[in-house]
Ligand binder design. Structure first.
Ligand code: PEP
Ligand code: MN
Length: 286
């Protein structure tokens, strides 16, 4: 490994726990499950997502407002209007939100509202962006590049750490291969390796890894079994109607079922999926 002096694990007990809010963290005993659509489409969509996913429960919501699309003619995201929707839903439901930042100019606005800023695969080696995120003042969810080595991934994290931001969460989201049957290949070996060679939390995105909704749950389980600290999963009130990544979107009901199904697995590896009452707005009167 190159000189990853800040990202490397210096001692087996050395683990970074990234706080998303007062009650919600990534990298501790509790697993962090993040769910939501690929793209924020409108206020009703995000309200439905927030309301339904409380029953999973998820610890944070996702939703892209600045979207890196392969085609310049595809929907590019709602931009600041979408960010306002995320901010409103976060406020109303008291749940952290995660969204992607694509350029330095977007950092200030996104950091003002989101609890964690996602760096997408296509920007993993956008070094100027990584440097600027060093002073974003918010945790960063760094996704592995489409064809990046583990070393390149760790060094990308090192850019953010060395520019002043200690709160970096790594995300394995599948790497390119020769076989188009699955969108990418989920590299669980990388998850295990990253947990050993760095002290940073590692989460898994099975949605972008497989690209097919029927394959998301088995990979989510495998990720937890091999030591991931959490998951980020795409789901939508009407999955087939998603404006982007429709083929991999789970229904909200399937998302809730998936999280419930993970509980015994989490327990088997000494982890916990927080109970519903963890979220303040969900306080259950008994
Ligand atoms: C996304 O999270 O919607 C996304 C574009 O992911 P990735 O950067 O991993 O392709
Ligand atoms: Mn997506």
């Amino acid at each position: 490994m190159l000189n990853a002096k800040l990202a490397s694990q210096s001692h087996p007990e050395h683990k970074t726990v990234v706080q998303l809010s007062k009650d919600i963290a990534i990298g501790g005993t509790e697993l962090a499950i993040i769910g939501g659509p690929c793209t924020v489409e409108n206020r009703e969509q995000m309200e439905t997502v927030a309301t339904q996913l409380k029953h999973a429960p998820v610890q944070a919501l996702r939703g892209g407002v600045f979207k890196p699309r392969t085609s310049p003619y595809a929907f590019q995201g709602m931009g600041l209007e979408g960010l306002e929707i995320l901010a409103a839903v976060k406020e109303r439901h008291n749940i952290p939100v995660v969204t992607e930042v694509m350029s330095i100019g977007q950092i200030e606005d996104i950091a003002a509202h989101a609890d964690m800023l996602q760096v997408g695969s296509r920007n993993m080696q956008n070094f100027d962006l990584l440097k600027a995120l060093g002073s974003a003042g918010k945790p960063i969810l760094l996704k592995r590049g489409l064809a990046s080595t583990i070393e390149e991934f760790v060094m990308a994290a090192e850019y953010i750490l060395s520019h002043g931001n200690p709160d970096v969460v790594l995300c394995e989201r599948g790497i390119r291969s020769f076989d188009p049957y699955t969108r990418n290949v989920l590299d669980l070996g990388a998850v295990a390796a990253l947990k050993q060679i760095t002290h940073l939390p590692v989460i898994v995105d099975p949605s972008h890894a497989v690209g097919k909704r029927e394959l998301v749950a088995p990979l989510a389980k495998a990720a937890i079994a091999c030591g991931a600290d959490g998951l980020i999963i795409e789901c939508h009130p009407e999955p087939e109607q998603s404006v982007s990544d429709a083929r991999q979107a789970l229904s909200l009901e399937d998302m809730v079922d998936l999280v419930h199904g993970l509980r015994p697995l989490a327990a088997a590896v000494g982890r916990i999926i927080p109970e519903i009452h963890k979220l303040p707005q969900l306080a259950v009167v008994s």
